[in-house]
Design a protein around this ligand. Structure first.
Ligand code: ADP
Length: 248
C-alpha cells in the first residue's frame, strides 16, 4: 500500500563501503507533492542516500521504488533522470561565460550531455518556459548578465532553474544554502516552497534556520538509519536527536 502510493519508497536499504555500513536498513517514504528536509550529523548517510536514489550508488540490499513501479536499483543515472528525478549538487555548475538566459536555453535542450548541447531540439515554448523559470528563481533582472558575474546565491538559483527546465517531478537538493547570506537563505526557502507547489522536493541541509523557514516534515538520519521523523520542533526536542547532535 505505502509502496505503491508513495512517490519515493525506500525500504531496508543497505550500502556498505569496504565493510562499513553507510546506509543501514534505511526506510523512507516521500508522498506525492511533499517537500521533506533531511538532516543529520556528518557521516549520517545523507549523501549516500541521495546517491542511491539517483542511481550513482547501487544498494547491496533493499527496495527503492519511484511512483510505486519503477525499481530504481535496476536503472542507471540517465534512466533515473529521465523518469523525472533531478538532483542539484552543492557546487553550482553553471556555464560562467554564458548569460543567465542562455544557460536556461541550453538546459531546455535536455539534460546536460554533450549530445544534447549540440543537437538537442528546443521546445516550441522555450521562451515562455525561460520567462517562467526566471520569475520563479527571481533572476528576471539578471537575464542578460553572464552567469559568472552572479552572486553565489544567484548561481545556486540559476542552477535550480536549469533543473526546472527538465520538469522534474522530484527535485533533490543538496545543501542549497551553504555559503549564502541570511537574505539569500531566506529567499531560497521561499523559492523552494514555490517550486513545491508543483513538484516534490527532498532537501538535505545542515542550516537549522533554513530548515525552520521551510516549515516541512523533517527526517533525521544517523548511522545510516532514520533516527526520528516529524515536525522540526518535535524532532529537535527528541532526546535521541539531542544526544546525537551533542555527541553524547
Ligand atoms: P553525510 O552526507 O550524511 O555526511 P555520507 O553519506 O557522505 O554522509 O557518508 C556516510 C558514511 O559513509 C561516512 O562515514 C563516509 O565516510 C562513508 N562513505 C561515504 N562514501 C564512501 C565511499 N565512497 N567510500 C568509503 N566510505 C564512504
Amino acid at each position: 500500500q505505502a509502496a505503491t502510493q508513495a512517490l519515493l519508497y525506500l525500504d531496508g536499504v543497505n550500502v556498505s563501503f569496504s565493510g562499513f555500513r553507510a546506509l543501514n536498513a534505511l526506510s523512507l517514504v516521500i508522498e506525492p507533492g511533499e517537500m521533506r528536509a533531511i538532516i543529520g550529523p556528518n557521516g549520517a548517510g545523507k549523501t549516500t542516500m541521495m546517491d542511491v536514489i539517483t542511481g550513482k550508488t547501487r544498494p547491496d540490499q533493499g527496495e527503492v521504488l519511484f511512483r510505486g513501479t519503477h525499481d530504481l536499483t535496476r536503472l542507471d543515472e540517465t534512466a533515473i533522470a529521465g523518469l523525472g528525478i533531478g538532483r542539484k549538487f552543492q557546487k553550482p555548475t553553471v556555464f560562467d561565460s554564458h548569460t543567465v538566459g542562455d544557460n536556461l536555453l541550453l538546459s531546455l535542450a535536455g539534460p546536460r550531455s554533450p549530445t544534447n548541447l549540440l543537437f538537442g531540439r528546443l521546445r516550441p515554448d522555450a521562451a515562455e518556459r525561460i520567462d517562467e523559470i526566471l520569475a520563479v528563481t527571481r533572476l528576471g533582472a539578471q537575464r542578460d548578465r553572464l552567469a559568472g558575474a552572479l552572486s553565489h546565491g544567484q548561481k545556486q538559483w540559476l542552477e535550480i532553474g536549469m533543473l526546472l527546465a527538465q520538469e522534474p517531478a522530484l527535485l533533490l537538493v543538496d545543501e542549497p544554502v551553504a555559503g549564502m547570506t541570511d537574505a539569500e537563505t531566506e529567499a531560497t526557502a521561499t523559492l523552494l516552497r514555490e517550486i513545491n507547489k508543483t513538484r516534490s522536493v527532498v532537501v538535505v541541509e545542515h542550516d537549522m534556520h533554513f530548515v525552520r523557514a521551510l516549515g516541512v516534515k523533517v527526517t533525521v538520519l544517523h548511522e545510516g538509519s532514520v533516527l526520528a521523523e516529524g515536525p522540526l520542533d518535535a524532532v529537535s526536542a527528541d532526546e535521541r536527536v539531542i544526544d546525537v547532535y551533542l555527541g553524547r
